[in-house]
Design a protein around this ligand. Structure first.
Ligand SMILES: Nc1ncnc2c1ncn2[C@@H]1O[C@H](COP(=O)(O)OP(=O)(O)OP(=O)(O)O)[C@@H](O)[C@H]1O
Length: 349
């Protein structure tokens, strides 16, 4: 049976009269990587700070391995929680070698044990050759891996990572995020990280929580979050696409400017009801043999594909992701058909 490492049970936190975390709950199982995703200021870092014990709670409860560590009026000190932390600025000690940086958190270990443990961790993050160097002698990505090794060395029950890739350039970010996932998985770590970057969340996390104004809107796996958002904010915030107006015709058909869309849907919407249908760019296929035509109003060349914004006959806009050899200019009319596999409906917005 899977073991729950972290439980947030209806936690709230305020700075003065400003409610920053609002009745937020989540549960993270052993060996899983969770992510809090949201725009700047939505309260992600504050959630991490309450979990690590640097902030007390206004309401709710935090449990680690079944033990209550925070509730209003009771906050177990950070050092007693068995939590490791990785920050966006790495926070390495500049005057210590890579080896000594990783060894730093291993107080209480014997000398021989310490050497074995540091070597294991440097092996895990692929930096054994660099152990005598100093932080300024290695790259930003390597520094972040040292920070990861240092945080994992004391075998924490839970690792918290605050925007761990935000100081790196775009290509390195992508590579390092995949590497960090591999390292965490190889180690079997339970981790929660925060980011405002959805590609990073998708690349690293098993479970993602989308936050807005201190609230958790949905906590789900990346695939479910993208394909079955339960909230219009999540639908818009995660991925691309539009909410297309439609009218429910039968229990599995909705009439829209893209034609009759068929697919299962579970929303409690009556026949005849006005809805908004989530249509992602990959749901719209370029097909000149199809009778529905749309006008190209914007094009975003992405190398392998072009993201077209198209105006339907009724004036609604949709987006289509099309292989970039299908090159069309603004103002052209192209044939499109929908390839929606399941329908995500919301009451008309
Ligand atoms: N020490 C503090 N005192 C007062 N207000 C604070 C404090 N720390 C954060 N806030 C406010 O709480 C809100 C949430 O901040 P938080 O840092 O948790 O958000 P975030 O989602 O992590 O944002 P970012 O990605 O920019 O770090 C913001 O409005 C912020 O201004």
């Amino acid at each position: 049976m899977s073991q729950t490492v972290l439980e947030l049970d209806g936690i709230s936190q305020a700075y003065g009269s400003h409610l920053v975390v609002d009745n937020l709950s989540l549960r993270l199982e052993k060996g899983r990587i969770g992510c809090l995703l949201g725009a700047s200021g939505c309260g992600k870092t504050t959630v991490l700070r309450t979990i690590s014990g640097f902030e007390s709670l206004l309401a709710g409860e935090i449990r680690l391995n079944g033990r209550t560590v925070s509730r209003p009026g009771q906050t177990l000190p950070p050092a007693k929680r068995g939590i490791g932390m990785v920050f966006q600025d790495y926070a390495l000690f500049p005057h210590l070698s890579i080896f000594d940086n990783v060894a730093f958190g291993l107080r209480g270990f014997g000398r021989a044990e310490k050497i074995v443990r540091v070597n294991e961790m440097l092996e895990l993050v692929g930096l054994k050759q660099e152990q005598q160097k100093y932080p300024h002698e290695i790259s930003g990505g390597q520094q972040q891996r040292v920070a990861l090794a240092r945080a994992l060395a004391p075998r924490p029950d839970l690792l918290l990572l605050d925007e761990p890739f935000s100081n790196l350039d775009v290509t390195l970010r992508e590579r390092l995020s995949l590497e960090v996932r591999d390292i965490l998985k190889a180690y079997g770590a339970t981790a929660l990280f925060v980011t405002h970057n959805q590609q990073e969340a998708f690349a690293v996390a098993d479970q993602i929580g989308v936050m807005s104004e201190g609230r958790m809107l949905q906590w789900a796996g990346p695939h479910e979050l993208y394909h079955r958002p339960t909230d219009t904010f999540v639908a818009r915030f995660v991925g691309e696409g539009v909410l297309l107006p439609g009218v429910v015709r039968t229990k599995d058909e909705v009439e829209t400017g893209l034609g009759l869309l068929k697919g299962d849907f579970s929303a409690a919407t009556e026949v005849g009801g006005a809805v908004s249908v989530l249509v992602r760019p990959e749901d719209v296929v370029h097909d000149d043999d199809w009778p529905i035509k749309a006008e190209v109003v914007r094009r975003n060349f992405r190398g392998a594909s072009i993201l077209y914004t198209l105006r339907l006959a009724g004036g609604e806009l949709v987006q289509a992701q099309v292989p970039s050899h299908c090159n069309h200019a603004i103002g052209e009319h192209i044939g499109i058909r929908s390839d929606v596999r399941h329908l995500v409906l919301f009451p008309r917005v």
